[in-house]
Ligand binder design. Structure first.
Ligand code: HEM
Length: 451
């Protein structure tokens, strides 16, 4: 290294701290710094002090025990141009009102209706997929398009057609999500203020989502109907903000999990056969998946749990310390950024037997078979405490249905190498590997009737 390069490197480190290392290899960074840690690890991501938390007691302290000392901070503020004052970013009475209203949409009976519609979409899309029997497919694109349709059906009780509008909202979701991943760790997101190409496409993506949501809000159903009473107090933007929040929070997270789930099944025909036996034993005579059945598939649900352990779509999320605190003996100063990292937490050798092995069996009957059982806060794919994921039940049901459909309809062949060698991109959600994950889907059984 030349003297100039060394000086530049030192200046960059003084200004940016650990950010360049984190940005270059986010997954490797949190594994190196977080796995094995039993207390917060001090980092510097840009000018502010930051702490990486990857041990159960840390999650418990920040999300539950002393939660009032932590707020949604700068990282969440980065989501505001897209989410506005939606549930992920809002705080105080506005958040409480939305969370309370949304609860109605996620009650068992309302959720069941949305799920029924999502299952129809799944059956219809499985039929279309089967027409391309034997084709090579990139999982991330496939799962993104599928979960966008399922989430729209489940949340808004709307069916996207198979043409331009379905593709437009999917593409808009991808552009918006990509922009958040690219800009999350920049000191300033200049694309918001300058007429750059990336800024323009981000704004166009937001406009497209707003256009479609406006259409859904004309006659609000499901989630939007539950939120409608808030318009009187917070104005019409509440519908836009909450709908975009739920759509973006719900589609890419579920798509990412669907990708890893399908690739795990492709790599493990033994697991696919084990699930197939369970699903075929319980499917009714008409062969249709229904919401009630999804709760009666313990092996399939264990597969979903294991996918979300090793490949948690929300592989990190953030808080800012609003007051000084002490977490597992480490002093956290007011203003520090807290990076809570389920990716590293779910791989802690102190909590899990053979943590890197893909083994859904650990979630069956007696619960995860950790060393004397893992800590309650060792497994938090949906977060914990009052701000835990509101869509957890829906996402679990959708992924269970997806697994049941895949094992009963297709043989899946993995074309991108071993599961353990796949390194996710690690953006604002986990994502798939940059090079994609390719599979061949071959139809194995006569397709079920489509509603
Ligand atoms: C596999 C799929 C999913 C995963 C892994 C996931 C994960 C998470 C996590 C970890 C949080 C907590 C973040 C924090 O504490 O800062 C969260 C919050 C949230 N999720 Fe999900 N999520 C998924 C699917 C969904 C779906 C389908 C919806 C649709 C409604 C959704 C809507 C939300 C919302 C609105 C919040 C904010 C809740 C609040 O702050 O009150 N998520 N999610």
């Amino acid at each position: 290294m030349t003297i100039l390069a060394r000086l530049r490197d030192r200046a960059q480190r003084t200004l940016l701290g650990d950010l360049p290392d984190f940005a270059a290899d986010p997954i490797g960074f949190v594994e190196r710094r977080g796995i094995g840690a039993q207390a917060p690890v001090a980092l510097r991501l840009g000018p502010k002090p930051a702490f990486l938390i990857s041990h159960p007691a840390g999650f418990q302290r920040v999300l539950v025990e002393n939660r009032d000392a932590y707020g949604k901070g700068a990282e969440q503020a980065r989501l505001r141009p897209l989410f506005g004052d939606g549930m992920v970013t809002a705080t105080g009475p506005r958040w409480e009102a939305a969370r309370q209203a949304a609860k109605a949409a996620f009650s068992q009976s309302r959720l069941n209706h949305g799920l029924e519609l999502a299952l129809c979409v799944l059956a219809q899309q499985a039929g279309r997929l089967a027409q391309a029997d034997g084709a090579e497919i990139d999982l991330h694109g496939l799962m993104g398009r599928l979960t966008m349709r399922m989430v729209v059906a489940a949340l808004f009780h709307e069916r996207l057609d198979n043409g331009a509008s379905a593709d437009a909202i999917y593409q808009a979701g991808c552009v918006a999500h990509r922009h958040l991943s690219l800009s999350m760790w920049r000191l300033v997101d200049l694309d918001l203020y300058l007429p750059t190409r990336q800024g323009r496409s981000f704004r166009a993506a937001i406009a497209e989502m707003e256009r479609q949501i406006e259409g859904f809000a004309q006659a609000p159903k499901g989630f939007l109907a539950a939120l409608h009473p808030l318009v009187a107090e917070y104005g019409p933007a509440v519908m836009r903000d909450e709908a975009i929040t739920a759509l973006v929070a719900g589609f890419e997270t579920t798509a990412t999990a669907g990708c890893w789930l399908a690739y795990a099944l492709a790599q493990r025909p033994d697991l696919a056969a084990w699930l197939r036996q369970e699903v075929e034993e319980r499917l009714p005579a008409d062969g249709e998946l229904r919401p009630g059945l999804l709760r009666d598939l313990p092996r399939t649900r264990a597969l979903v749990q294991e996918v979300l352990r090793l490949y948690p779509s929300a592989w990190w999320f953030a808080r800012t310390a609003l007051a000084d605190d002490v977490v597992s003996g480490v002093r956290i100063p007011k203003g520090a950024s807290i990076l809570l990292c389920p990716w590293a937490l779910h791989r802690q050798p102190a909590q899990w037997d053979d943590p890197l092995a893909f083994n859904p069996g650990r979630f069956l009957e007696d619960g995860p078979s950790g060393k004397n059982g893992p800590d309650k806060f060792a497994y938090v794919p949906f977060g914990a405490g009052p701000r835990a994921c509101i869509g957890a039940q829906l996402a679990t049901a959708e992924l269970t249905a997806l697994a049941a459909m895949l094992v009963t309809t297709f043989d899946i062949e993995a074309l991108s190498g071993p599961l353990a060698a796949q390194i996710p991109e690690g953006g604002v959600t986990l994502g798939a590997p940059r090079a994609g994950m390719r599979v061949r889907l071959s139809v194995r059984a006569p397709l079920r009737k489509v509603a």
